[in-house]
Design a protein around this ligand. Structure first.
Ligand code: PAF
Length: 279
């Protein structure tokens, strides 16, 4: 596995891979990798000859009061995981390499998708994501890129990005990896105290109850959402949203519609967790 701190070094290595006819799959990350990332990297081999990953904590997608500074940087452990997952090239630039000048040119996603749910609570988040992902796509030029479904709205923004900007990249969504108790794996789970970690499964429980109600034919979306919010509040959480939405565009569904997703974000102590379940 080669680690490339510079754009020029990575480009030279990937040009050589392309010259021998290799297809490239790409998994962008912010590091602090877990089994969810490793699973995406392993899946990359089903789509391409060479798997490339990036590790870059992208300041642009963090709000002023968010966790950019304390976001865990765990490069040694990340490298072991990437090696085990068969990653051939890691792009791990310093901030000055990826943003040598202030990044004043931004990619602003469609607000109809990007200003709701996560975007409503994290203004500018999807612009930061779309900007860095576009830049990474231009550097890596993969045929395929893989993103986890845990970040459901992010995956949709990326799909819209490649479609609207005509980028020749197939986007693959990987299923959410979960701990034995159902908690979705996330880099931010590491912020939880042991007591909070034991309690964190309640987010999945709230979503599961909502999914069971929908599966049973309940179409009172507002009440299903309110029940899930109340369940979390009773457990001491501060839920930000729990919403039944259409899988196709994350807008509110009509009662007769199927292919739904329940998306949620909630704070447990100071840790913000997100999760979702498709129905
Ligand atoms: O999902 C993430 O880890 C980040 O949002 C991404 C896609 C690597 C962009 O910084």
């Amino acid at each position: 596995m080669q680690i490339h701190p510079t754009v020029a070094g990575l480009r030279a290595a990937l040009d050589a891979e392309r010259a021998r006819g290799a297809r490239i799959a790409f998994v962008p990350t912010m590091g602090n990798l877990h089994e969810g990332h490793a699973s995406l990297m392993r899946q990359g081999h089903d789509h391409a000859d060479v798997v490339v990953a990036s590790v870059f904590v992208n300041r642009l997608q963090f709000g002023p009061n968010e966790d950019f500074d304390r976001y865990p940087r765990t490069m040694e452990a990340d490298c072991a995981r990437m090696q085990a997952a068969g990653v051939a090239h890691v792009f791990a630039p310093a901030e000055a390499e990826l943003y040598p000048q202030p990044q004043t040119m931004k990619v602003v996603p469609d607000p109809v998708l990007a200003d709701i749910l996560e975007g409503a609570f994290r203004p500018g988040f999807f612009t930061g994501v779309a900007t860095v992902v576009t830049k990474l796509f231009n550097i890596v030029q993969p045929q395929v890129a893989l993103f986890g479904k845990k970040d459901y709205q992010q995956l949709m923004v990326i799909r819209q990005l490649v479609s609207q900007l005509a980028l020749p990249i197939a986007i693959v969504g990987g299923e959410t990896e979960r701990a034995d108790d159902g908690l979705a794996l996330s880099s931010r789970n590491g912020y939880l105290s042991p007591a909070e970690r034991a309690q964190a499964v309640q987010l999945h429980q709230a979503l599961s109850a909502a999914r069971d109600a929908l599966r049973a034919g309940d179409r009172d979306f507002a009440r299903i959402e309110a029940d899930a919010m109340a369940f979390l509040q009773a457990g001491g959480w501060s839920p930000q949203y729990i919403a039944v939405r259409r899988q196709a565009d994350l807008q509110s569904p009509a009662a007769h519609e199927s292919s739904l997703v329940i998306v949620a974000a909630a704070l447990l102590g100071t840790t913000r967790l997100i999760d979702n379940l498709e129905v």
